[in-house]
Design a binder for this molecule. Structure first.
Ligand SMILES: Nc1ncnc2c1ncn2[C@@H]1O[C@H](COP(=O)(O)OP(=O)(O)OP(=O)(O)O)[C@@H](O)[C@H]1O
Length: 614
């Protein structure tokens, strides 16, 4: 059903003025500023053949094709994220109950007027190191832009909304399993401060089924992000081989997305980094490149600090804003193991914990290669109309450009490494409740990670136990007692004495070093606690917990249960995921389940892997 936009309405709840989703909708600058698929230049030219049937865009390809969500027999609204609603300045209680909201986030109602029309983006990508050609939104349909809180702009899209020209051989569907996983982890990452794309709402399509390893119920996640552009968009420009396209993409990012405001870190480097100063004047394209590098490096440090693994860090899953994106076989590492990969198909450990920084750096190199022509130009050539039209004037200019790009990549590499190391150290120190120090961080971190690796204790839980231990208030500090607080019930069993002793010994050595550090900083236990409590979540959405939510919801849907019953587990896990530091916001319902989800489990449930099938 296609419908035009309604009038602006504003609801007033108490002192707060909430908007309605309908009132926030604007056209997407993506369609306004980037080249369209030449076969569907305007929404008026949308046909099923051109907009729903997979095809290659070819040499003349643009950045998107107007299309529309596939109509389904039935929809069942499951849940909305309160935090996402608040970020859009929507009433978190009443808005998700409104028919308009539910119809939009499920793809039942389509907003369309002379400026707004749903569309699918074209991109390409390097998958597991190899170029995979044209990819694009094969099951994602972009809706429109909305203006949220503090005037922040968000692009809304539906994942699992049916086929597009970019579906290749696949069915355009997302299954309930992967949608629930994506819905929860997006909002969880946001709640613990990791830059991420967001999930506004999730809908089940009970009468639409998709064949994966078994037949599964389909689902739609309504996602939101300030920008959905990936490194794969640059791969796409390179594949098409059209300089105008590349300029258009860079200009769009610079002017419309970043608005020529780069990260604080880039500005600091521009002011202080000797190599950059020596390099000379930078163009805005150089700055864009470096900013993408910095944002991605920062994100990797966050992922590392919390043990988050995406599982498939291909260039098409790497956001130019460094946002976590596309949640397939992800996991939050249960135990510290550098070789852990959450993707059961990642036999080479390409996307394992230890290889995550180099996987992202590989993607940054692909970005540099795609941007090379523009990065090589420098301030003298970049605004030259002849260069824009015909490229480099001669061999000498090409050679100089090559040298310039290589130099810039070298500087970018140093920046990537520096930011990653500094931020990672800072984040781990935050989690320990100590102040980062330039020289001795490496030492304390080495001991910490050795302890975690040898003891095989739960990674994230380790920090929450440590923050509670009184290191200073107690004048007769008892190392054995303190170390025993880390032990799981399983380790306390008879027959585990040897293992227990080994773990206690390790923990005592760590605690001795850590205690000295805390004393040296003259930190009281309370100060240390206050410093780290908001960095150490009390709830982690582990794979086995997500699976319980999926199994429960799937069963209720198949048995056509009531709305309240169907959403019971999703709503519970969302309360915990949106407030992972604050148990008082987890609600009074399902307390037994809540306790189970934060309790120790046997090892068979930990360090699980998932497949890419979604
Ligand atoms: N079931 C499907 N139907 C159509 N296209 C699909 C399907 N599954 C994956 N694709 C496409 O295959 C490519 C790689 O898939 P991947 O799983 O990385 O992306 P995705 O999860 O579909 O989307 P996103 O990256 O936007 O979250 C993308 O172009 C994607 O659109």
């Amino acid at each position: 059903m296609l419908r035009t936009l309604g009038k602006l309405t504003i609801r007033n709840k108490g002192m707060r003025h909430y908007q309605t989703l309908q009132s926030l909708i604007k056209s997407s600058p993506y369609t306004e500023n980037l080249k369209t698929d030449p076969k569907v230049p305007t929404p008026g030219q949308v046909t099923e053949k051109l907009s729903k049937i997979p095809r290659q865009l070819g040499e003349n390809g643009g950045f998107f094709t107007y299309t529309y969500p596939t109509e389904r027999k039935s929809y069942r609204f499951l849940s909305a994220s309160k935090r996402a609603l608040e970020d859009l300045n929507l009433d978190p209680i009443n808005e998700p109950k409104s028919k308009y909201f539910q119809d939009i986030v499920s793809g039942k109602e389509v907003v369309k007027d002379d400026k707004i029309h749903p569309f699918a983006m074209a991109y390409a990508g390097f998958q597991f190191g190899n170029f995979a050609g044209q990819l694009g939104d094969g099951r994602v349909i972009n809706l429109f832009q909305v203006n949220g809180k503090d005037n922040k702009e968000w692009e809304l899209q539906l994942k699992g909304a049916g086929k597009t020209p970019y579906s290749r051989f696949a069915d355009g569907n997302a299954v309930l399993r992967s949608s629930i996983r994506e819905f929860i982890i997006s909002e969880y990452l946001n709640s613990i401060g990791i830059p991420t794309t967001r999930a506004l709402a999730i809908t089940a399509l009970p009468e639409s089924k998709a064949q994966r390893s078994i037949v599964e119920i389909c689902s739609i996640v309504c996602r939101m992000s300030p920008c959905w552009i990936r490194i794969g968009h640059f791969d796409y420009c390179r594949m098409i081989g059209d300089r105008d396209l590349l300029f258009q993409l860079c200009d769009y990012l610079n002017n419309k997305v970043l608005r020529n405001e780069y990260s604080k870190e880039l500005n600091d480097f521009l002011e202080n980094d000797e190599n950059l100063k020596e390099f000379g004047e930078l163009t805005n394209y150089d700055k864009l490149f470096l900013d993408i590098i910095i944002k991605n490096s920062k994100s990797v440090s966050y992922w590392h600090a919390y043990g988050f693994l995406n599982g498939v860090l291909n260039t098409d899953n790497t956001s130019v804003l460094g946002l976590a994106i596309d949640f397939g076989p992800f996991a939050i590492m249960d135990k510290f193991d550098p070789n852990y990969t959450s993707n059961s198909e990642d036999h080479e450990l390409r996307y394992s914990f230890k290889n995550t920084p180099s996987a992202i750096w590989f993607n940054m190199i692909k970005l540099a290669e795609s941007m090379a022509e523009i990065l090589g130009a420098g301030p003298e050539l970049i605004n030259d109309e002849n260069f824009k039209k015909y490229g480099y004037p001669n061999d000498e200019a090409i050679e100089n450009a090559g040298k310039r790009v290589n130099k810039l990549i070298k500087i970018a590499g140093d920046i990537f490494e520096k930011i990653f190391i500094e931020d990672y150290l800072r984040l781990i120190c935050n989690r320990l409740g100590i102040k980062p120090r330039e020289n001795d961080n490496a030492e304390i971190l080495t001991i910490l990670f050795e302890t975690l690796q040898i003891t095989k204790l739960e990674y994230n839980k380790f920090f929450t136990i440590l923050q509670e231990i009184k290191l200073r208030d107690d004048t007769n500090f008892d190392y054995d007692l303190a170390a025993s607080k880390f032990l799981t019930d399983d380790l306390k069993l008879e027959g585990k004495e040897e293992e227990r002793e080994k773990i206690i010994k390790e923990l005592k050595s760590f605690l001795a070093v850590f205690k000295l550090r805390v004393e040296d900083e003259m930190l009281t236990d309370e100060e240390r606690f206050n410093r780290c409590v908001n960095y150490n979540p009390k709830f982690i959405p582990k794979n086995w917990i997500l699976q319980e939510v999926i199994d429960y919801t799937d069963d209720k849907l198949r048995n056509n249960a009531s709305d309240e019953e169907i959403s019971l587990y999703i709503n519970k896990i969302m309360k915990m995921s949106e407030n992972p530091f604050d148990k008082s916001k987890w609600g009074n319902e399902l307390k037994e389940l809540e306790n189970k989800w934060i309790s120790d489990v046997d090892d068979s449930k930990l360090m699980l892997q998932c497949s890419c099938s979604s």
